[in-house]
Write a protein that binds this ligand. Structure first.
Ligand SMILES: [Zn+2]
Ligand SMILES: [Zn+2]
Length: 212
């Protein structure tokens, strides 16, 4: 489903995360999150080329298909420095693979991300938003005022779970406060529906209702 020019949503079937194909002005194709291994065929059927897979965090429902997609497309894998070790070691607990009764196929992280860096050739800025996992990130397209959220926040007022390994309610609240200061029109979450207009106001409303 086309979200806007250059951004296509591949909706998460079942427990799979949403995946977003971002066709950058530079010609680079970025996949924001990969889903689980069973999501591989869905992506392969819809996407011709992937240069980089950016994981919003290390969970199995977002990064489980990294290995298969890397092999198929020769894509680089990117993740925040605090979640990257869990992906490269296939940590069953921190990736929540054990929760799904699965094994996480470990995959080398080629591009280790830090807060504030802009991923070359993409215009996407890394915003470290811990609380759901240690190394969770949002990706900010400042020019187009679009924010990819991962599992930090969702439509309809829902916020990320903090009861999984790496979860921290206070850190999550601080992260939502952090993204509430960004000028954002559109938010694209890791599951469920997107908010396609007035997203800054929406984030501020959610923060107010969190009572921190
Ligand atoms: Zn998720
Ligand atoms: Zn998650």
């Amino acid at each position: 489903m086309k979200i806007t020019d250059g951004i296509t949503l591949i909706e998460g079937a079942g427990a799979n995360s949403n995946c977003y194909l971002v066709e950058c002005a530079s010609g680079m194709n970025v996949l924001v999150d990969a889903g689980m291994p069973e999501n591989f065929e869905r992506i392969r059927a819809r996407v011709k080329r992937i240069d980089v897979i950016v994981n919003t965090h290390c969970h199995y429902d977002h990064a489980g298909a990294d290995g298969l997609l890397k092999k198929e497309f020769g894509a680089k894998v990117a993740a925040h420095e605090l979640d990257a070790p869990y992906i490269s070691s296939g940590d069953a607990e921190q990736t929540c693979a054990s929760l799904f009764g699965k094994v996480f196929e470990k995959v080398k992280v080629d591009l280790v991300l830090k807060d504030g860096m802009v991923i070359e050739g993409t215009g996407l800025e890394v915003v470290h938003t811990p609380g759901h996992t240690h190394g969770g990130i949002c990706l900010y397209d400042r020019k187009r005022r679009i924010l990819f959220l991962g599992d930090t926040l969702f439509a309809h007022g829902a916020v990320g779970r903090t009861d999984l390994p790496g979860g921290d309610p206070e850190a999550l609240a601080a992260s939502i406060r952090k993204i509430s200061s960004l000028d954002v029109e559109m938010i694209l979450p890791g599951h469920g529906e997107c908010v396609l207009s007035g997203a800054s106001g929406y984030i501020k409303d959610v923060l107010e209702k969190m009572n921190f």
